[in-house]
Structure formats: structure tokens, C-alpha cells
Write a protein that binds this ligand. Structure first.
Ligand code: ZN
Length: 334
């Protein structure tokens, strides 16, 4: 007992010191976060209304402060600065087209210009969420994202003097897709271009394995007329045509013909650029790339930036024929 007490007596100041150090680190981190938060709040631009879909409420934000959260939600902060800047301009342009005050077409959820649901508009993460994800890199990544937003302040991509529909995705699979092939509306600046260097993307190629039963039931469950039979899949399933990008245009499934993106949706595949391999008991589907493949490829932008391209070159590559100009210029003319 006496020994323990003595030991404790020696340990107590040490423990106290550790505790103080921990508190100091926490305080410093908190100070850094609040400082970054203040800087982000200083990010200017016209204000917009944002529907926070997880909290089911609408808030008002300055454009650039909103964009900070969008870039953080949409692109890894480890990407090169010029790729993040390209993402900032794409996201700003996408947003401007939804801002009522600028004559845009609002998303409308919660009465807002735009929402934080990535399946509807763009992802958005709060500064606290981002800092939490980034851990030890928080300070460096905050600076980088602030630089991506403020370094492109007010810049948007224009075609024929109007802000473009700045679609973007993770990885095209080597070649981006014409908007017409995915969204049934042709846009002159959303046409397929080569997108090299994307192979570093996680799961760039991904193989999903289904049992014959799973595949058959999934297809027949949605397309009753397909009438797939587990034992005849080899004859019943065939890719009929592909677009230049490699995405599947038409696919035969028994008695029905569907698009590659329909199968993507049905089976939650990473892209419509896939190969189907039926052998033994299994149906293997291997996809290339991630996302709809239209517009800016984020991993392609990363590859270009690593090769020394700046954000303007990246945007001009993925959005054919656009010019990068200040928002104020467009507003003055419009
Ligand atoms: Zn939305």
C-alpha cells in the first residue's frame, strides 16, 4: 500500500502534465478550427439558400463558403491544388445555374436554391465534419481548400456567354461520355474526350459477382418481360452496342433490350462501362471508372494537374469550347 502510494505520488505530477498537454493540444486544434471557420466565413460571393438534407432545414450561405464544403465533399483534399481549383470552378458554375437570384433553376427542396444530397445536387460537408475526417492533415487541407475557393473567386465556365451545366464525376474509364448518351440532351460542351491517367482511382476496375439466381431475379423482378432463365443466361445476355467511351449503349436481356445505364441503376454498378462474364454458377460484371462519365473527370483532373496543367487547362479539356470568366462579367452582360 505504502509503495503504491509513493509510486502514485511520483506519477501524479506526470499525469497532471500529460493532462495539461492534452488540453493544450485540444485547445490549439479548436483554435485552429475556429480560425479556419472564420476564414471560411470570410469567403464571399452572392448568398444562396442551401437545403441541408440530413437536418431537413434550409440555411443561407455565401457562395464561396458553401463551395468550401462542396469541394471537401466531392473531391479528396489530397488531390493537387489545380485539380481542386478546377473542381471549385465547376461546382461554382453548377451552383450559379441553380441560384434563383441569378436567374437560375433552383433544386427546390426545402424551398432552397440547392441541396446537399449528392444524388440530387452536390455533396456538402461542414467544416467540422471535414476537419474530423482529415485528422492530422486538417490544417494543411483547410488551407488548400480555402486557396482552391478564394484562388478562383468569382470564376465560372461559360459557353456562348452562359454558365454551363458543369457536370462532373469520379473517373470516366479512359474516355468521357457525350451528355446525350446519358441524359438524352446534347450539349456542345459536354462531349466525350480522352481522360488518361485515371487508373489510380480506388476500384478503377471493379468486379461484382452475382449468383445466376441473384442476377436472374434482379432482372426479371424489374423487367418481367425479359423472362431470363438461370440455365440459359449464356444465350440470353449480350452486349449489343457500345458508345465511343466504352459505356454500354444497348444490352440484350432475354426478351428485352435495355441501356447500359439501366443495368447500372438496377445492380448499382459503379459505371455503365462494363463487361459481363457468365461462367459456372456465376455472373461476373467488371466495371471501369466510376460515375456517369459526363464532363469533368476528377481523377482525370488529378492526372492533368500532376502533369503540370493548371485549372483553366483542365476545365478547357473536359468542357469543350468554354471560357473561364468572372461571374460579375456575365451578370453585367446578362
Ligand atoms: Zn437538390
Amino acid at each position: 500500500m505504502g509503495y503504491g502510494w509513493k509510486k502514485q505520488g511520483r506519477l501524479a505530477p506526470l499525469l497532471l502534465l500529460c493532462l495539461l498537454l492534452c488540453l493544450l493540444v485540444a485547445a490549439l486544434r479548436g483554435w485552429r478550427l475556429s480560425r479556419a471557420s472564420e476564414e471560411a466565413m470570410d469567403l464571399e460571393g452572392p448568398s444562396l439558400t442551401v437545403y441541408l438534407h440530413k437536418e431537413a432545414r434550409t440555411v443561407e450561405m455565401d457562395l464561396d463558403a458553401y463551395l468550401y464544403g462542396v469541394i471537401g465533399g466531392e473531391m479528396p483534399a489530397s488531390f493537387p491544388l489545380e485539380a481542386l481549383k478546377a473542381q471549385a470552378v465547376a461546382a461554382r458554375t453548377y451552383t450559379v445555374r441553380r441560384m434563383k437570384a441569378l436567374g437560375g433553376n433552383p433544386c427546390g427542396r426545402g424551398g432552397a436554391d440547392i441541396c446537399t444530397d449528392s444524388t440530387c445536387c452536390q455533396s456538402y460537408r461542414t467544416e467540422a465534419e471535414l476537419a474530423d475526417t482529415w485528422g492530422d492533415n486538417a490544417e494543411a487541407y483547410q488551407d488548400k481548400l480555402l486557396e482552391a475557393v478564394s484562388g478562383t473567386h468569382g470564376l465560372i465556365a461559360l459557353y456562348d456567354g452562359e454558365p454551363i451545366e458543369a457536370l462532373y464525376h469520379s473517373a470516366a474509364g479512359g474516355h468521357t461520355e457525350d451528355a446525350q448518351n446519358v441524359f438524352s440532351a446534347a450539349l456542345p460542351y459536354l462531349v466525350g474526350v480522352d481522360s488518361p491517367g485515371e487508373e489510380d482511382a480506388a476500384n478503377y476496375q471493379q468486379t461484382r459477382t452475382f449468383s445466376r439466381e441473384e442476377f436472374t431475379e434482379a432482372v426479371n423482378g424489374t423487367y418481367a418481360k425479359a423472362k431470363l432463365s438461370q440455365s440459359k443466361l449464356e444465350e440470353q445476355v449480350e452486349v449489343l452496342s457500345r458508345y465511343e467511351s466504352g459505356q454500354v449503349a444497348q444490352l440484350q436481356l432475354g426478351n428485352v433490350t435495355i441501356s447500359g445505364r439501366d443495368l447500372r441503376k438496377l445492380l448499382d454498378l459503379r459505371s455503365a462501362n462494363f463487361q459481363i462474364d457468365i461462367s459456372g454458377e456465376q455472373v461476373e460484371i467488371t466495371t471501369q471508372g466510376y460515375g456517369h462519365g459526363v464532363g469533368l473527370s476528377q481523377y482525370g483532373a488529378r492526372a492533368m494537374a500532376l502533369e503540370g496543367a493548371d485549372f483553366r487547362e483542365i476545365l478547357e479539356h473536359y468542357y469543350t469550347g468554354v471560357t473561364i470568366a468572372p461571374l460579375e462579367e456575365w451578370e453585367a452582360e446578362g
